[in-house]
Design a protein around this ligand. Sequence first.
Ligand SMILES: Cc1cc2nc3c(=O)[nH]c(=O)nc-3n(C[C@H](O)[C@H](O)[C@H](O)COP(=O)(O)OP(=O)(O)OC[C@H]3O[C@@H](n4cnc5c(N)ncnc54)[C@H](O)[C@@H]3O)c2cc1C
Length: 330
Amino acid sequence: MNAPASTTNSLVMNPSAALRSQPLRDVLSATSVCLRKDVLNRGFVEVIDIMPRLVDPSRIGVEAAIVDAARVSYGGGTSRISTDRDLLRYLLRHYHTTPFEKVALTFRVRAPLFVARQWMRHRTGSFNEESARYSEVVDEAYAPAPAEIKAQASGPLANRQVGDTLLGAEVCEAASAAVSNLWAVAHKIYLSLLAQGVAREMARTVIPVSMYTTFVWKVDLWNLFHFLNLRMAPHAQEQIRVYGQAIHALLQGIAPEACSAFDDYIQSSMRLTRLETEAIRAACASGAPLTTAEISSKNRRERSEWHAKRVYLFGPAEAQADQQEKEYKE
Ligand SMILES: Cc1cc2nc3c(=O)[nH]c(=O)nc-3n(C[C@H](O)[C@H](O)[C@H](O)COP(=O)(O)OP(=O)(O)OC[C@H]3O[C@@H](n4cnc5c(N)ncnc54)[C@H](O)[C@@H]3O)c2cc1C
């Protein structure tokens, strides 16, 4: 005779569930976790789902999925790393990335079209976006604060994508007003086209890229780190950078150990080329100040990139000399 359904179900229960002393905790309902941040004038980013969502309260939250996956794939190779935290940090330090794919997050994002366009270049996430063919475009647009208006970078070594210096207050006010005025005019024309019976899919073509759009984005933790690393970088556009910073802040409440490992080993780390490593070695060997270590490249841009790293690592040449002189006098 077949066993009753309830008995069959109990036979397939996870045995570790019986050993667990406390019930699983729902990460999304934990009141201490912030799940939403407002961004720009009308945008936001909101966590709407996490995998795994139910976690063992005696473990390190959702991050247990990362170390458990590593222990499966590396088996005895992980036994020398005792704590979950140390293992997690080891994994990221050595770019063992697949365990980080075992955590996935789903966000609802409201962002201007020009930000969403950059965002959706990240192919490793999954997107669904509201459609202006199905719903009417609402009167809500990105309006830059005057402080967001920057001058176009110039000069042979400037990153020409980035606006980085401030303009006069008058220009900033006028530019900010111009963006808002254009929106008002465009949205009025859009509504008049709709009123004349023009299809939404055609009427929307008058709408500028300052329009807000809403999309749902599912991404695993490793590819989220990749996104944050690129989009929180100083050379990324400020209006997507602020979304990256908001997500980073939310992540600190959800996966704090992974977030801290990301800060230490990816975001605040630096890649040195062979020439750069050789320049440091040569300066150390000769006793020359590291602030003047030079790479053997004729490429102006490559030298300039090294100089930026050199200042970050060792400080500007003059400051170093001043410090040395001060120490000598003392
Ligand atoms: C500051 C900045 C400026 C940019 N400027 C421009 C620009 O001027 N023009 C422009 O076109 N783009 C530009 N981009 C977009 C950029 O080239 C990337 O498309 C974007 O950053 C997504 O990066 P990704 O491909 O690494 O990410 P994802 O698409 O999320 O992919 C993650 C990783 O998965 C792998 N991968 C994913 N799909 C494939 C595939 N089909 N084949 C092989 N490997 C794959 C790659 O290793 C990739 O790095 C810019 C990006 C930044 C951050």
